[in-house]
Design a protein around this ligand. Structure first.
Ligand code: CO
Length: 294
């Protein structure tokens, strides 16, 4: 599956770059004029409310680097197809990069807006490697997702504490809902849960599709004798998972499950990218790649 995708990616890139008669050297063989660009790459979301998160990051990146053009791409095929059905054209990373090569960009920072370095992030790294191998740019350098280094973990712990509701009392829990994955990088969620609990034992990181799951979180809430729980997404956008799996009245939502177990639940529908302490971390990851282009 991955191999087939790769072949398709390369055919797509080659045809786009070749048909444009471009490549880093430029059509006349001379050195291309330096043109630095930023490509922001998110999983994507088809929810209207999620656009707040993307607009917030876009604003922050443009304010930090006012002279550098910013482009966007979504990694999710399903989301892009859904949006195309609504008349909204969003590029995949490979198409966005081919267009940037066509536009004469020479040095591109590809910033992942993912939360962990999971499957989507690693697919993106393969695309970046492909463009590097083809010599489509003088340089193309990726930026790490939110949880990249131990320093990011520390900053994320501080960000989690900064965004929880002011009215929340210390004996009330805050449960963040991460996505979770089959990818080995899923371990970041448990690591973050451990590190946030060193600061505040009533803040928890759970996941919808990985570990720690809701059953485990439930047992930890019981152990800590919690009565009230604030539910917040640990995803860049408050999209489908936050609305349906976390906050909805559906029988198996986190809110319904915990309410049934006797907890008072207060869901908060705000993605991490709506808050500066998180967006600052993503934006800080552009500094390294961009410093190479000077
Ligand atoms: Co999902």
């Amino acid at each position: 599956m991955v191999r087939r995708q790769c072949i398709m990616v390369f055919c797509c890139i080659l045809s786009l770059v070749c048909s444009a008669g471009l490549g880093f050297a430029g059509a006349h063989g001379g050195p291309a004029a330096k043109k630095v660009g930023i490509l922001l790459v998110a999983f994507g979301s088809s929810e209207e409310s999620a656009q707040v998160s993307f607009a917030n990051i876009d604003k922050k990146v443009k304010a930090t680097y006012p002279d550098i053009p910013v482009r966007w791409a979504y990694t999710s095929n399903i989301i892009r197809e859904k949006l195309a059905g609504q008349g909204k054209e969003l590029d995949s990373p490979e198409v966005a990069l081919a267009k940037m090569s066509d536009e004469g960009f020479t040095d591109v920072a590809v910033q992942s807006l993912h939360t962990i370095g999971g499957a989507e992030f690693h697919d993106l790294m393969e695309i970046v490697s492909g463009f590097k191998m083809m010599g489509a740019f003088h340089s193309i350098i990726p930026g790490l997702p939110l949880l990249g280094t131990q320093d990011d973990m520390k900053k994320t712990v501080a960000a989690l504490q900064a965004v929880i509701p002011k009215e929340r009392k210390k004996d009330e829990a805050v449960v963040f809902m991460g996505h979770g994955t089959h990818h080995p990088a899923n371990g970041f969620y448990a690591a973050l849960n451990f590190q946030v609990q060193l600061e505040d034992p009533n803040i928890f990181i759970g996941t919808v599709e990985g570990y720690p799951d809701l059953e485990l979180i439930k047992s930890l809430l019981k152990r800590n004798k919690i009565k009230k729980v604030y539910l917040m997404p640990f995803m860049s956008v408050a999209g489908d998972h936050a609305k349906n799996d976390m906050a909805s009245e559906e029988e198996d939502s986190w809110k319904s499950t915990l309410t049934k177990a006797g907890y008072t639940c207060v869901p908060i529908l705000k993605g991490t990218a709506e808050f500066s302490p998180f967006t600052d971390i993503w934006v800080s990851h552009l500094k390294g790649p961009l410093s190479h282009f000077k």
